[in-house]
Ligand binder design. Structure first.
Ligand SMILES: [Zn+2]
Length: 422
């Protein structure tokens, strides 16, 4: 079998394995239908008429900018990746340093990342203006600029490392590189999901232990009841950036901890905070990070095998002005294909995510037995975070990682009706 056929076959097999894992591990019906059917959705039960109008206006102001930013990013990546322009930039930026392939890859990724960032910067700034106008962002402009610079640098740095490894492999093993790269990509996803809480989180926030007291005791107890004890309850200084309320559980085994946004600690009554934490503990109990890691590992391995197939397609290389897959000028093409793959896989990821989030909601209700606090928390979050309670169906399908607030409030109602019927 030729290397080209082999790459396509492996991509198809990994894709089938991925589909199987998704089909089997996704909770397609986290809560049975209560007698009398599901509670109808009612945005009016979530937000006051005033806030509903504000939330819809906010979404209407932000949505076109988000979409335009996404499309513009793709278009620029396409222009750089599907013409010889990107390759010429890669050559040019490395020339002062001798023009070796390593410098071409490293500086090329850096230059392309900066270009991509600058092109979409006005739209990102506009988005920040809108968030400021609606009182959702508390970031000063210098802090915003620093966040953009830091996240672009981290992004570009990681991408440069990945592409350096990729091009090195292609040059080392011109026929089988995609198989090694697929293995490496899967391993990186696994390592990344362990390293994220240790490396990335601290780059953006500072954490302090929640002092001893009733809330701390109750949260630790909730974690114990869940069968997933935590080492500590931390408070992050999220208020430096945002008014959004959140909490999450990160780490594994002995390093597992609950993290509360300081905003949530300030704004939420204890029972609602417990509902949020119980939801997060639901993710832990169902091993959602593990499922996510497995899906991510299979998905990226499949994507790399597919890349192996695409980069052996001469017309595509010629279009990008590239001599062979090991030519460092392949970088813009790879970045474009990665961007397309990311956008195309978003609806599948979000479909699975919404189901998993619903299961964590059901878990929170099972753990706290407090649908009132859960619904009150959802109303408050919708009110403060201004989440659009009525997004267009296509938007929610593509970009919605969580059920909408009316869906979550109706879920609590369903849960209570099922509990009554029991
Ligand atoms: Zn969640």
């Amino acid at each position: 079998m030729g290397a080209r056929r082999a790459a396509l076959t492996v991509a198809a097999l990994l894709g089938a394995a991925l589909a199987l894992v998704i089909a089997l591990r996704t909770p397609w019906q986290p809560l049975p239908v209560p007698p009398g059917g599901r509670t109808p959705l009612d945005p009016g039960a979530v937000l006051s008429p005033d806030r509903l109008a504000t939330a819809e206006a906010f979404a209407a102001a932000l949505r076109p900018a988000s979409l335009a930013g996404l499309l513009l990013g793709l278009a620029v990546a396409g222009i750089l990746g599907l013409t010889s322009l990107g390759g010429r930039i890669v050559r040019a930026v490395a020339r002062p340093l001798g023009g070796g392939w390593v410098w071409q890859v490293l500086l090329g990724v850096l230059a392309l990342s900066v270009i991509g960032r600058l092109v979409t910067l006005p739209l990102a700034a506009y988005g920040e203006v809108v968030r400021h106008r609606y009182g959702l962002s508390t970031r000063s402009w210098p802090l915003w600029a620093r966040d953009v610079a830091v996240s672009t640098a981290i992004d570009a740095g990681l991408t440069a490392m990945a592409l350096l490894g990729l091009v090195w492999l292609i040059r080392r093993a011109p026929r089988t590189w995609w198989a090694w790269a697929a293995l490496a990509a899967a391993a990186l996803v696994v390592a990344g999901s362990f390293l994220w809480p240790v490396v990335i989180e601290p780059a953006f926030n500072r954490f302090e232990s929640l002092p001893a007291g009733q809330l701390r005791t109750e949260l630790l107890q909730l974690a114990d009841e869940n069968g997933t004890p935590v080492q500590d309850v931390l408070v992050s200084d999220a208020s430096r950036r945002t008014t959004a309320l959140n909490a999450y559980v990160s780490g594994f085994g002995a390093t597992r901890r609950i993290v509360l946004y300081d905003t949530a600690l300030q704004e939420l009554p204890d029972d609602e905070l417990e509902s949020i934490v119980a939801h997060e503990l639901g993710h832990v109990a169902a091993d959602d990070v593990l499922t996510g890691t497995l899906v991510g590992a299979l998905g990226s391995a499949a994507a790399v095998a597919l890349l192996g197939w695409l980069l052996s397609w001469t017309p595509l290389l010629r279009r990008a002005g590239v001599d062979s897959p090991g030519d460092p000028r392949v970088v813009p093409l790879v970045l474009f294909l990665a961007a397309v793959g990311t956008v195309a896989s978003t609806p599948v990821q979000n479909l699975v995510s919404r189901q998993i989030e619903t299961r964590a909601d059901v878990h929170a209700l099972d753990l706290t037995h407090d649908p009132e606090a859960f619904a009150a928390m959802q109303r408050r979050l919708a009110d403060i975070n201004l989440n659009d309670p009525t997004p267009p169906a296509a938007w929610q399908w593509w970009f919605g990682s969580h059920p909408t607030a009316p869906q979550r409030v109706a879920l609590a109602e369903d849960w209570a009706r099922l509990a009554d019927a029991r």
